[in-house]
Design a protein around this ligand. Sequence first.
Ligand code: TMP
Length: 228
Amino acid sequence: MSISLKRAPFVVIEGLDRSGKTTQTTRLYDRLKEAGVAVELIKFPDRTTAIGKMIDSYLRSTSELDDRAIHLLFSANRWELASTIEKHLNAGTAVICDRYAFSGIAFSASKITPTGEPALSFEWCLNPEKGLPAPDLVLFLDITPEIARKRGGYGQERYEKEEMQFRVRKLFQRIGGDVIAEKRDGKVNTTWEIVDAGRERDIVGAELWSLVQPLVNGVESQLARLWI
Ligand code: TMP
């Protein structure tokens, strides 16, 4: 009798607004289900919890919050689901997250003061994310601000402004570069893949599937923690 030590994979999809992230996440989820894979889809922010409702009202500009306070709420929103994610993975259910800690850092660290200085330092933004379950794979849907604009403009929520998106993209590139270097040096288990999301929807979807498919039969390594 053989005992399987495998757990289910943890996949995160990150990207800028207008990158097609939510559409692609749903497609990936449906495809995994069709392939008979047990899978849960989690979206951050999860606006259904008490913390999530505070985040939602901030994003819709019906409330104001200090930059540090909202950053910590986004992080707390992940921490309140961290043990659920871990339980799913150990029980053999794959988890797909639409946004995660990387969005948390990229968006908050992109905020600037009226004189154009960073409102919060990168390190300060990273700190509360330390110790969260580390994904096996991050799929970063990359899109230039020009293509995003051609896709029909941004929505009404806070942060959906072109100059903010421009800074967010740069920070995602920095975070991804760090994760890629840490993986190369054997310091993390997370693979960071940059996917050109400016292409046609089916082509992007096929590439995402080709990156996720090798993981569907389970992952040998124990679940790691982010940045510790
Ligand atoms: P959504 O459009 O994917 O629902 O995300 C809502 C906004 O919140 C989006 O502009 C990105 C931002 N965000 C943060 O600022 N910090 C976070 O931790 C997360 C998950 C999202």
